[in-house]
Design a binder for this molecule. Structure first.
Ligand code: S3P
Length: 446
């Protein structure tokens, strides 16, 4: 086994990873996290029965599900990934008797703040140490402008947030943070406003909320750079969740970096607002064949990826591709270390307020194994030294950040034989990718 896992303990999980000589097989990544959260939220706000296939049964998405169970939604689990929700409809959701704890998930808590602002009742939203440190003003501000009765620590800018849901006014909101979470919070609140609300965005962010709403009977108008939602009630439907491209990205990287690799990635979501990593890798010379699955009515685009070992070239990442690759910057930084020449990633200051400060975390982790990196307030530059570059084993801290942990596990497969990377804080991989160590060991071999 090239990845050995120890769970729990003082480091809250640890991986020890060594060199992989061979990478082969096929991987079906777990369900998309962003879509799973939204499917549960809309399915719970909708009256009647919603069926969710391909649900991501991870700690983050279970948190969203449990919040609605505490508000009177009924769940039947046909399998960990196949759920049936029965809801009395948004206006009949009850007041939970305790605070709602969203753990590590920014998406869950920010979207829920939007949704619950318009649903009668009193609710308190909180999360783990990381989430309680993350900015909430970005959602509290537009929601307050809509008339939401929302308050929280630090003048409403940190969790816990208290929300007393009620009628809202419409808003015309410019998505200054380029955040799909903020856009979605406003759209979900817009369902309870007195007339249509509009979000304007210069660079498109992931559009899963506006894609899903019509399937639940919501009225949405999508124009270039703006989306408008009409107030209204929703009704239950069927949602099929494709595999998460953000999770597939770790295996994609593994195949691109390992000479002779032969890996197939099946049922990967290919929503164009999520595929910027593929565009960046194309600019770097990455060889990835894409076979698109014929699209079914109402489902998200998906396909099969066939990546091959590639000689990559460093690039200046175009600013317009940053929002669509924001969660993939850690694994892109790892890939860049094995490219020829320098890769510069700027315009990504948002990374400082993710599950950890991902710029600081990746800079420290890459330096620890011997990669030269320059740090900027809004990004990093990595000196690539080709696929056979020098690296040294080390012990690093993932900062309890799932994406840093998985990215560095991929990097460790290129260490010299007999050297290892110890990664601390890996229990948090469960938030997005349950079963990652087993899947990794099933395709990467000594
Ligand atoms: C997400 C949006 C992004 C992303 C996060 C999921 C979503 O966050 O980083 O992992 O599901 O809307 P921001 O909206 O803060 O950019």
């Amino acid at each position: 086994m090239i990845l050995e896992e120890r769970r729990g303990g003082p480091h809250r999980g640890q991986y020890r990873v060594g060199r992989a000589g061979r990478v082969l097989g096929s991987v079906t990544p777990p369900g998309d996290k962003s879509i799973s959260h939204r499917a549960v939220m809309l399915g719970s706000a909708a009256r009647g029965r919603t069926e969710i296939r391909g649900f991501l049964d991870s700690a983050d998405c279970r948190g969203t599900l449990e919040a609605f169970l505490a508000m009177g939604v009924h769940l039947r689990r046909l399998s960990p990934h196949h759920l049936i929700l029965e809801s009395p409809g948004a206006e009949n959701l009850s007041e939970p008797s305790n605070v709602l704890d969203f753990g590590n998930s920014g998406t869950a808590v920010r979207l829920m703040a939007g949704l619950l602002s318009g649903i009668p009742g009193f609710r308190v939203l909180t999360g783990d140490d990381s989430l309680r440190g993350r900015p909430m003003k970005r959602v509290a501000d537009p929601l307050s402008r809509m008339g939401a009765r929302i308050d929280g620590r630090d003048g409403g800018s940190r969790l816990p947030l208290s929300i007393r849901g009620g009628p809202l006014s419409p808003i015309l909101y410019e998505n200054v943070h380029r955040s799909a979470q903020v856009k979605s919070a406003v759209l979900l609140a817009g369902l309870s406003a007195s007339s249509p609300s509009t979000v304007v965005e210069e660079v498109p962010t992931r559009d899963h909320t506006e894609r899903l709403l019509p399937a639940f009977g919501g009225r949405v108008l999508r124009e270039e750079h703006r989306v408008t939602v009409w107030p209204g009630t929703l009704s239950g439907t069927l949602v099929s969740v494709p595999g998460d491209i953000s999770s597939a990205a770790f295996f994609l990287a593994l195949a691109l970096l390992t000479p002779g690799s032969s890996l197939i990635l099946r049922n990967v979501g290919l929503n164009p607002t999520r595929t910027a990593l593929l565009e960046i890798l194309r600019l770097m010379g990455g060889r990835i064949d894409i076979e698109r699955t014929p699209e079914e009515e109402g489902s998200e685009p998906a396909g099969t990826l066939h990546p091959s070992f590639s000689s990559l070239t460093g690039v200046q990442v175009p600013l317009s591709l940053i929002p669509g690759a924001i969660d993939e910057i850690p694994i892109l930084s790892v890939l860049a270390a094995f490219a020829h020449g320098r890769t510069e990633i700027r315009g990504a200051a948002e990374l400082r307020v993710k599950e950890s400060d991902r710029i600081a975390g990746m800079v420290a982790a890459l330096r620890a194994v011997g990669v030269a990196v320059e740090e900027f307030p809004d990004g990093l530059a990595i000196e690539g030294e080709g696929p056979d570059r020098a690296l040294a084993g080390a012990s690093i801290d993932s900062l309890h950040d799932h994406r840093i942990a998985m990215s560095m596990a991929v990097l460790a497969t290129r260490l010299p034989r007999g050297e290892f990377l110890e990664i601390a804080g890996t229990d948090f991989v469960e938030t997005s990718f349950p079963g990652f160590p087993d899947l990794f060991n099933s395709v990467a071999h000594a």
